[in-house]
Design a protein. Sequence first.
Length: 366
Amino acid sequence: MIVTDVKIEVYQWQRTKPIRNGRYVYPTDGLNVIKIETDEGITGIGLCGGVMGDNGEIVSSILQHMKQYVIGQDPFNNEKIWNEMWQPKLVGRRGITTRVISGIDIAIWDIKGKVANRPLYKLLGGFTDKSPVYVAGGYYEEGKGLDDLAQEMIESLQTGANAIKMKIGGAPIREDVERIRVVREAVGPDVKLMVDANCAYKYYEAIDIARKMEPYDIFWFEEPINPDDYAGHKLISSSTSIPIATGENEYTRYGFRDLIENRCVAILQPDALIMGGVTEFMKVAALAQAHDLTIAPHGNQDVHVHLVSAIPNGLTVEYYRGSTNPMWGKMFKHTLQVDDGHVSPPDRPGIGIELNDEALAAYRII
């Protein structure tokens, strides 16, 4: 079997109302799909992280460059293909190029699963057939008050989840602590509550709010500061009882090695659509396991449900619903469902993603 072509499809749609975290405003959402075709008629589907505000041209251009390392290759040689694509001197060590590599690698693993007629999580180790899940949300929106925030969190629990995450860092510390108090009172003491600052704070601000959040039993404090401030992460971790989580803006096994060796965090959050794909994710998971650290990936549930279910140190899967993505339940022919606080990877071969072409057609820009 050899790869005969690599293609990209980029989709983008408007949100009804822009949402905001501690740093950025998101007026749109979208999907970057990489398709790898083979001479045996099997097509792999991969997803990759994009560029906020870009219409797909940057990602598409990088993909054109990467084709030379993929076409003509045996997709079962994923290590060889990855190594040839990731050339720091030519394409950089991090950033958009690695995101494109991620999507290609995910599509390659999808092919491998389809050839083996096994779901990806089984191919990677099959540790469990269901994983804990939490629903992400709690963004800032114009006109959204405390009652609206509390109601959103309650509705997230009605999906069947028993863990939720909300944004902080986009308001003064005193206001965010009040938002946390209101949510905790609304959902009760038994629900796991995570908070995510999206790197909004300086290290001393993060320590300040962490100590003020401690009475509300926060399960983790995500991305408190700039991802490159390893010393700051270590200071925060040693200053609060709340576990610190980060990693969605980290790249490759080398970046996670530095996070781990500096003892920056308690929970690692690699995003396979950003940090290097399935091939790199599994190396990071093994590295974390060797240091007794857990993995709670950032981002897309359809890919990460396989990766968390494949490993013994998978903690939980992040889950987005319609409150954050208006195309939730429409993008794919099959929508991952929450059941009693867990999600199960599909038994379909590979990743199991099937695009809903009819629903997506109106939003395709490349």
